[in-house]
Design a binder for this molecule. Structure first.
Ligand SMILES: [Zn+2]
Length: 199
């Protein structure tokens, strides 16, 4: 068609970027995972990121421990943290049958067994993942091998859930987007600053 833009972004770029944005909402000092789930026709969307369970009248970050490195500290935190995928499934208020779940995992984690169970029971059709880490910073499947996620993979296979892992270009795209936003924000601030001075 004449006049149509040629460099518009695809669904993968849009939704993995939304998952990445959600990841950066996480207050976890070590791991930022974000998820975005989209209905089969791409019209309904929900997001989630790793965080503590919601509390009605209290700040959950004040109740549960965000403590740093160390095996003991990690084990304590794991008892409370709700994974991005689980939060995403819970946040979605639409029929997830045939939906696609995007997971942006900084360190390269596949969905755990518990999240995989939820993904199956909601009728999700596809899981698309984007990882940001490289080399020694990789965790999850990329580092420990698929055997660590054997149960997840078995469930996905049994339910015929399509799994795709996006290439590193997609992670770079998400980070590029973030830095572009920062540049725009700085430019807007500079403009407003200049306008204010003129007034
Ligand atoms: Zn999980």
């Amino acid at each position: 068609m004449p006049g149509k833009r040629q460099d518009y972004i695809g669904w993968d770029e849009l939704f993995i970027a939304m998952a990445a944005e959600a990841a950066w909402r996480s207050k976890d000092p070590r791991t930022q995972n974000g998820a975005c789930i989209v209905s089969a026709d791409h019209t309904e969307i929900a997001i989630g990121y790793n965080g503590f369970p919601k509390l009605k009248n209290k700040d959950n970050d004040e109740v549960f421990p965000w403590i740093g490195e160390g095996e003991e500290a990690m084990t304590e935190r794991y008892k409370f943290v709700v994974h991005a995928e689980r939060n995403c499934l819970d946040n979605a208020k639409f029929d997830l049958d045939g939906s696609t779940l995007y997971l942006f995992s900084e360190r390269g984690y596949y969905p755990c067994e518990t999240c995989a169970q939820g993904i199956l029971s909601k009728g999700v059709s596809a899981v698309v993942m984007g990882f940001a880490a490289e080399g020694d910073n990789l965790g999850g499947s990329a580092r420990y091998g698929n055997q660590a996620f054997a149960a997840t993979l078995k469930m996905f296979e049994a339910a015929e859930i399509k799994v795709r892992i996006l290439g590193p270009d997609m992670a770079r795209y998400c980070y590029g987007l973030a830095s572009r936003f920062l540049k725009v924000a700085a430019a807007v601030e500079a403009l407003h600053g200049a306008a204010n001075e003129k007034c």
